[in-house]
Design a protein around this ligand. Structure first.
Ligand SMILES: Nc1ncnc2c1ncn2[C@@H]1O[C@H](COP(=O)(O)OP(=O)(O)OP(=O)(O)O)[C@@H](O)[C@H]1O
Ligand SMILES: [Mg+2]
Length: 254
């Protein structure tokens, strides 16, 4: 089943930057799609259009067969609930407990959490703990979010997105702030969620070695256009130069 269908998407920012120039592709349920491309090629812009953090200029975005390009209000909120998002900088509420941060994934905001914190049914706590178990840090439930390492914080952010029960999980450079070993361990949780929960993942990544290891399919953007779409293992040296330019050389991270 087609989860996402993007057709001829353009994004022109207010300052005139034409960040996406007619991008079209589909994502099938269960895929682990990775988007690559040089800095400034439009990767973040694309993810932000999909979860409607920004408005595309023209083109259409269909989610589960429904045109969501311009929906608003309650309709938009209900679609956003089905789309989780993980960012490079984790975006946790530093001074709150890990468990509170995970519960926010269900509520949408900390303000809501403050107003009803005492009145949660046990089932919400149980679910939050289960999400923490999925990313292997249930023992950290009661510590402050900012006492964790970067890799642990990102796992909390993943657990927070799981509280939404998302159909689609978007991740914008989720391991760009982490060392290579930690990057791999965090990517393994995305893989686990993709394989075991069946959640479709669309993820921006910089390192090709990670792309080859985790992606079921790759899309490469260059200056706002798709220049490669296919199997990550078929990105040979020629394709690498097409995507990243003649001057680029591949850096290995294992
Ligand atoms: N809010 C904005 N206003 C104006 N221009 C923007 C805005 N956000 C991004 N851009 C521009 O749009 C283009 C694409 O940016 P985008 O952040 O999508 O690239 P990216 O592929 O995610 O890069 P990186 O790998 O550095 O994260 C760039 O030229 C960028 O300067
Ligand atoms: Mg980006």
């Amino acid at each position: 089943m087609t989860l996402l269908r993007i057709q001829n998407l353009h994004k022109i920012y207010k300052n005139g930057t034409h960040a996406l120039k007619g991008v079209s592709f589909e994502v099938e349920e269960g895929e682990f799609l990775v988007i690559i491309g040089l800095s400034g090629s439009g990767k973040s812009t694309l993810l932000r259009c999909v979860n409607r953090l920004i408005e595309p200029t023209t083109g259409t975005i269909e989610f589960l067969g429904k045109d969501i390009t311009h929906i608003k209000g309650e309709e938009l909120r209900s679609v956003k609930k089905q789309i989780g998002m993980v960012f490079q900088q984790f975006n946790l509420i530093k001074r709150r407990s890990v468990l509170s941060n995970v519960i926010v994934g269900r509520l949408g905001s900390m303000k809501t959490l403050d107003s009803i914190f005492e009145r949660f049914p046990d089932s919400i706590y149980d679910e939050a703990k289960k999400c923490l178990e999925t990313v292997g840090i249930e023992e950290k439930a009661d510590v402050r979010a900012d006492s964790l390492s970067g890799g642990q914080q990102q796992r909390v952010a993943i657990a927070r997105s799981l509280m939404q029960n998302p159909k689609l999980l978007l991740a914008d450079e989720p391991v760009a702030s982490l060392d290579p070993a930690t990057s791999n361990s965090v990517m393994q949780y995305f893989e686990k969620i993709n394989k075991e929960l069946g959640t479709t993942v669309v993820c921006n990544l910089h390192f090709l070695s990670l792309v080859r290891r985790y992606a079921t399919r790759v899309i490469a953007l260059k200056a706002g256009e798709i220049v490669y779409q296919g199997n990550p293992l078929e990105i040979d040296e020629d394709w690498f130069k097409t995507i990243y330019g003649d001057e680029a050389e591949e850096v290995e991270i294992r």
